[in-house]
Design a protein around this ligand. Structure first.
Ligand code: FES
Ligand code: FE
Length: 432
């Protein structure tokens, strides 16, 4: 059984809060998604701090395609496919590093850091000098741009500019990249692991699912989680018409009184408050930048959900710290992030267990694929405007508005032949 694109609107009835789990397991949907969604959307690549010097590069993926992000001699950044133009072999197998050239290990074609083909063995005697090297450089992304140090790219030359794509989400991104004068950096060492499940399940959870924490994380959060039980914490949710989502609890979590992180955070908060106002200082958020970049700023954690098959994805987890924080604080932050949100982190394991089990059921089941999943929490109760927060705001911390708008946007990408522009002047336009 496979789903045709024309049938997808029946599978994704976001306005009724009904989603068919077939979109998480169907091979054809996955194949189409690689082109229609990951081939067109702006995707997060890397942060400036990961590639500070000329020749620095980071190997990542855009959808299923391996991509090298590299700092150029003039300080600019380029991104191109990590696939040799001769037979498609990877030209660089390191995860990151610094290089002047990349030489393909199959037949030795070599490319410089800008992606230009600079050497072809036996060009004179075997190719009779007939190969135009200028035409056979590595395939560049169509557009690349930066928002406050975060590099994004798209393979679609018709995609709107990055700032339009991010929309009101920048207000929330600023709360963790631009909250202190020195900005952030991403520490070396990306933690990567595999989940048997579909990437969308994780992306939607980070956009809007604060609801799971009191049950899923009840044991791991221990004392910190005590206040989460029963009554819904005070908070709100942002649902972007562009598919992004941000959920926030009002207030601050004080972990302990005297560890270096808590001391640093207590000293930093007045600076943040002056810069961003209290609305973004006194809240803890989790978010998804559509489609597959998510984060938990309070846990110093940023992650990308890389699709690896209809029922497999990789989590790439980055630790984000304030660039100007003392080294001791950065080390403490890294340790804390690894112990909670790393591959074996006490919080992360809870989520992974859910996602793996859900993926197993969908992979093996038949009847279970045929029942709709319920996304109706808060349906019809979304409020439109908020005096403090921009965009479409739902005035409760629990709700499935961000998830519904995530799938609304996903459906638009999957079913539009042209780049699916959001024409509303304001993001808080109507639901129809
Ligand atoms: Fe790269 Fe042949 S595949 S040189
Ligand atoms: Fe969780």
């Amino acid at each position: 059984m496979s789903i045709e694109i024309d049938d997808l609107a029946d599978k994704v009835q976001w306005e009724k809060g009904l989603i068919s789990p077939e979109i998480f397991i169907d091979e054809k949907v996955y194949r189409e998604e690689l082109g229609r969604l990951f081939g067109r959307a702006w995707l997060f690549l890397a942060h400036d701090s990961m590639i500070p010097k000329p020749g620095d590069f980071f190997n990542t993926y855009m959808g299923g395609d391996p991509v090298i992000v590299a700092r150029q001699k003039d300080g600019s950044v380029r991104a191109y496919l990590n696939a040799c133009r001769h037979r498609g072999m990877k030209v660089c197998r390191a995860e990151d590093g610094n290089a002047r050239n990349f030489m393909c290990t199959y037949h030795g074609w070599a490319y410089d850091i800008s992606g230009e083909l600079i050497n072809v063995p036996n060009l004179a005697d075997a190719y009779h000098n007939d190969l135009d090297r200028k035409k056979w450089g590595l395939v560049q992304v169509a557009q690349i741009d930066n928002y406050k140090g975060l590099w994004f790219a798209t393979f679609d030359p018709t995609a709107p500019p990055l700032h339009e794509y991010l929309g009101d989400m920048t207000f929330y991104i600023d709360s963790w990249v631009d909250h202190v004068p020195g900005g952030i950096e991403i520490l070396p060492g990306v933690i990567k692991w595999t989940i048997r499940g579909n990437w969308k399940i994780a992306a939607e959870q980070f956009a809007g699912d604060g609801y799971h924490a009191q049950v899923t994380h009840s044991s791991s959060l221990g004392k910190i989680g005590e206040g989460m039980w029963g009554k819904m914490p005070e908070g709100a949710q942002f649902s972007s018409r562009h598919g992004h989502g941000h959920s926030m609890v009002f207030g601050r979590v004080t972990r302990f009184d005297d560890d270096p992180l808590s001391v640093y955070n207590a000293e930093r908060n007045p600076v943040v408050e002056e810069r961003l106002g209290s609305s973004r200082t006194n809240m803890l958020g989790n978010f998804t930048v559509f489609p597959n970049m998510s984060g938990l700023p309070a846990s110093a954690n940023l992650r990308v959900w890389h699709p690896k098959g209809p029922n497999t994805f990789e989590i790439w987890s980055f630790t984000v710290v304030d660039k100007d924080a003392p080294e001791q604080v950065k080390k403490a932050q890294q340790l804390s992030a690894t112990l909670t949100e790393g591959a074996a982190g006490i919080v992360e394991l809870d989520d992974g267990e859910n996602w793996n089990l859900m993926g197993q059921i969908l992979e093996q089941g038949y009847q279970t694929r045929r029942m709709d999943w319920n996304y109706q929490m808060g349906l019809g109760h979304e409020t439109e405007d908020h005096e403090t927060y921009p965009g479409r705001i739902n005035g409760t911390y629990y709700g499935e508005g961000p998830q519904r708008t995530f799938y609304r946007r996903w459906l638009e990408f999957m079913t539009s032949e042209k780049w699916p522009r959001v024409d509303a002047v304001r993001e808080s336009g109507d639901e129809s």
